[in-house]
Design a binder for this molecule. Structure first.
Ligand SMILES: C[S@@+](CC[C@H](N)C(=O)[O-])C[C@H]1O[C@@H](n2cnc3c(N)ncnc32)[C@H](O)[C@@H]1O
Length: 307
């Protein structure tokens, strides 16, 4: 049987990070929640957990994200692995949004919801959905939203096949997701993002900077990230193009990260393809795309109107 190698993170960095993390506070929070009961509020019977997800440890946590330890420790660790400042890095996503007034936004692989909350704060009128494969991460995300008084729909689901109708979102985001999925899965998620978007809608993918990861092989061994080497060897830019996105471009974000934007093209009557993001019609309040799983969720977002 293969002997599990301890990562540099576990051996050296975690003990240092612990000096800065208020472990007592995390412990108190962890104890205050009935995780099994609360996670059942979100868990959906029809969600199949993929093998690439359940078979791996992430960040040295046995069982990956399917437990409360991951949900409790995630934010405390993430602040130290998103230099120079986690909020600045996430703010790059908000700053890159070109859709003027998105009515429906979905954050894929939302985890504890740090980006999802920023999206809702920026667009309080929008219906915002945070989708994740881990009901435990959704419990943590929902507590954060409650504390901030933000109304967000948290949805247990697989970003490869969300179950939402096509053309139902104006904006799709995924932050820090693709380094945790095999490249073939990331590409399926991009196809699903394309399907979910209305024509003229925008997708934004924030993650590690692939060109730098290629040059910093040693960094890949730092954390227990089973797919980060393959992610670094790929190109989100190219994957988005293959998924038929237009106006695709990738920018560095504080050198360590990258942000890729793409637009679902609009085909006009004369057969020309346009790839600019269009201004939105006023928010349509009559329908909702997420009722957390009941049948009949088939109301697409109304079409864009030209500004
Ligand atoms: C590194 S965390 C990122 C969380 C959050 N987006 C952020 O920016 O902090 C990756 C998250 O993606 C989720 N995830 C991984 N594969 C997924 C999939 N196929 N569908 C939905 N969520 C997935 C994990 O459960 C985890 O919460």
């Amino acid at each position: 049987m293969a002997v599990r190698q301890y990562t540099i993170w576990e051996r050296f960095l975690a003990p240092i990070a612990r000096l800065f993390i208020d472990e007592e506070e995390l412990h108190q929070y962890a104890k205050s929640v009935d995780w099994e009961r609360e996670s059942q509020r979100f868990a959906r019977g029809d969600v199949i957990t993929p093998e690439y997800y359940s078979s791996q440890n992430f960040h040295g946590i046995e069982g990956g994200y399917l437990n409360s330890a991951a949900a409790v420790s995630y934010d405390a660790i993430t602040q130290y692995v998103t230099p120079p400042n986690e909020n600045w890095v996430r703010q790059a996503v908000i700053d890159a949004i070109q859709v003027i007034q998105p009515r429906r936004i979905i954050d894929l692989g939302c985890g504890t919801g740090s980006t999802t909350l920023m999206l809702k704060e920026t667009f309080p009128e929008a219906e915002v959905v945070g989708l994740d494969l881990s009901p435990y991460m959704l419990v943590r995300a929902s507590h954060k939203a409650e504390n901030m008084g933000l109304d967000i729909s948290w949805r247990h689901g697989n970003a490869e096949q969300t179950g939402f109708p096509e053309n139902s979102f104006d904006l799709v985001t995924a932050t820090l997701l693709f380094h945790e999925t095999p490249p073939a899965i990331s590409q399926i998620i991009l196809h699903e993002s394309f399907r979910l978007l209305v024509p003229g809608g925008q997708a934004l993918i924030l993650d590690g900077n692939q060109k730098n990861l290629r040059n910093l092989e040693w960094l890949n061994d730092l954390f227990e990230e089973p797919y980060i080497r393959d992610y670094g060897g790929g190109s989100v830019d190219a994957w988005m193009g293959a998924a038929k996105f237009g106006a695709v471009h990738t920018e560095d974000v504080w050198w360590v990260h990258q942000l890729t934007s793409g637009v679902k093209p609009i085909s006009s009557e004369d057969g020309k393809i346009q790839t600019q993001v269009l201004n939105n019609s006023p928010i349509f309040r009559g329908d909702t795309v997420d009722d957390n799983g009941s049948d009949g969720v088939t109301v697409p977002s109304p079409a864009y109107t030209q500004a």
